[in-house]
Design a protein. Structure first.
Ligand code: MUC
Ligand code: MG
Length: 386
């Protein structure tokens, strides 16, 4: 039985400004969900957005409000007996709100894994890999800063795949920026994410130049509303075209896969509406011959661990992942940070998500964000901590 569901807004500053075509981030607001059961289990989930409402149609505040107002009363009243039943209940009664659904499912799977003494990856299909390679996103807004940041990452064996955020400058300036970085890092995989900023005509010019310069992957060059245009670009160019914002839920991923609108899908657990939905998208893409890339909504460590469990189950992950979210933050909310080493991340092996949340840290940042909530340990419904 579910005893309580608490949500917290936890803002953590980023290590530098992170510039995308749609926003500039100076902090990331983690929406943390903490669920406790009557028999003493607790689970954590997380949802994040990028720049409030600039990236998608949910914001940290809408996620928290909708969970508190609609999800929690429904789950407490109906007391679904399993995560699968809880998600079925939510899909019957709550439209949309995929990010909120993802946070709830993550916390429930964390509990289910702890109860069964199994990692979440084993509950959602079974892992086929224990380590995943992690790309880093260069988005300082300055070419020289990006090059020195990347060189440092390579030297420290942290990352050797780099994604560049472009789309906010004139096309030729952006192309010059990318090609300067490609030239400075000839042995690294260089990809670009336009975050929908180009028109289809812009894209024809930009992708042509980037392809000629040896760029390896072009992510969401045009509006997510222009599905036919994405397919035209995919067919026109040899360089791999990746669908990101346009990949929503399994239903829409099915249409995209059936129509072969992209060479690669970036899958994000929040965008998908949860972990099992993200697994389903991965399986569908694989069956349709579309390559997979493990995407991030710049989640903190809880959402990143959940994503790693999902991507560990993918039959193939040829374009690797970008699960670097926790490394972009100035602080962690785990007792033991995730294990990033030699260009990759080890998928946690413990029960549930396989992580331990540092509640003091969570409350420290939640309070700095002006959120007044009872401390979990003081909450009336919280069982005495041992
Ligand atoms: C996106 O569009 O891929 C991923 C990395 C990053 O810097 O932003 C995200 C969102
Ligand atoms: Mg993207």
């Amino acid at each position: 039985m579910i005893r309580s569901i608490n949500t917290l807004l936890v803002p953590i500053p980023t290590i530098r400004e992170h510039k995308l075509a749609c926003t500039v981030m100076r902090e990331q607001v983690l929406v943390l969900v903490h669920i406790q059961t009557e028999d003493g289990y607790e689970g954590w989930g997380e949802a994040t957005t990028i720049g409030g409402l600039s990236y998608a149609e949910e914001s940290p505040h809408s996620i928290k409000t909708n969970i508190d107002t609609y999800f929690t009363p429904l789950l407490l009243k109906e007391q679904p007996a399993s995560t699968a039943k809880a998600m079925q209940l939510l899909s019957l009664h709550i439209n949309g709100n995929r990010f909120a659904k993802c946070a709830i499912e993550t916390a429930l799977l964390d509990i289910e894994g702890k109860r069964l003494n199994l990692p979440v990856s084993e509950l959602i299909g079974g892992r086929v890999r224990d380590r995943i390679e992690v790309a880093w996103t260069l988005a300082s807004g300055d070419t020289a800063t990006d090059i020195s940041e990347a060189k440092q990452m390579v030297e420290q064996k942290k990352h050797r795949i780099f994604k560049l955020k472009i789309g906010s400058n004139p096309i030729l300036d952006d192309v010059a920026h990318v090609l300067a970085i490609k030239k400075a890092l000839p042995d690294c995989r260089i990809t670009v994410d336009v975050n929908q900023a180009w028109t289809e005509l812009d894209a024809m010019q930009g992708i042509g130049l980037l392809q000629a310069g040896g760029v390896d992957l072009i992510e969401q060059p045009i509006s997510m509303r222009n599905q036919a245009g994405l397919k035209r670009l995919k067919e026109r160019f040899d360089v791999a075209i990746m669908a990101d914002e346009i990949v929503h839920d399994p239903q829409n991923a099915f249409q995209l896969a059936a129509n072969h609108c992209a060479d690669v899908f970036a899958v994000k657990i929040n965008q998908a509406g949860g972990l099992k939905a993200a697994c389903l998208i991965g399986q569908m893409a694989h069956l349709a011959g579309i390559e997979l890339y493990g995407g991030t909504m710049l989640e903190g460590p809880i959402g990143t661990a959940a994503s790693a469990h999902v991507f560990s189950t993918y039959p193939s992950l040829n374009f690797d992942t970008e699960l670097f979210g926790p490394l972009l933050l100035t602080d962690d909310v785990l007792a033991q940070p995730l294990d990033y080493q030699t260009f990759g991340l080890t998928v946690p092996t413990g029960a549930g998500l396989g992580i331990e949340v540092d509640k003091d840290k969570v409350y420290h940042y939640a309070e700095q964000g002006g959120v007044i909530l009872p401390k979990l340990s003081e909450s009336k419904k919280y069982p005495a901590e041992t």
